[in-house]
Design a protein. Structure first.
Length: 154
């Protein structure tokens, strides 16, 4: 039995300790916003926050989050109160197919907490998620817009 906080709620999951967090979230707990992409922590489709830091959940055994705070895409905003990154994604019309976007949004949200006024070089270094549709120019614009929204300037 693994106990942790998920999107602000205490939960427990009766799963093997070595089961990847991704599968616990999706298959056991029903949080399907976190996507499976590559299974080897390269693409970033499975990105969640663990204690506020971006992590690729396909490579984190669920035992590794025992007693910690996990946030998924379902936990960062609501329809009535979007997270600034979610709003920027809408404003810049980022998604094409949209499959990778929950992980991309989670990576960017964590990044902006650490670097609230990033330049393009910092974005290139930090955001390594893969978008197969190639919406990188829109993603970059949305990251800058989200940074501005977070500062309350838009």
């Amino acid at each position: 039995m693994v106990k942790f906080r998920l999107n602000g709620q205490d939960i427990s999951a009766d799963v093997p300790d070595e089961m990847p967090l991704l599968w616990v979230l999706r298959d056991t707990l029903g949080f399907t916003g976190t996507k499976y992409g590559c299974g080897i922590a390269v693409c970033g489709a499975c990105t969640v926050h663990i204690d506020g830091r971006a992590a690729r959940s396909c490579s984190v055994p669920v035992a590794g989050v025992a007693g910690r705070e996990v946030t998924t895409i379902e936990g960062i905003g609501t329809l009535e109160d979007l997270h600034p990154v979610q709003q920027a994604w809408i404003d810049e019309q980022v998604p094409q197919c949209g499959y990778c976007q929950p992980g991309m949004i989670m990576a960017v949200a964590a990044f902006l907490e650490q670097n609230p006024e990033p330049d393009d070089e910092a974005i290139n270094r930090a955001i390594t998620n893969i978008c197969r549709c190639g919406t990188y120019p829109r993603i970059r614009r949305a990251i800058h817009r989200a940074a501005t929204l977070r500062r309350g300037s838009l």
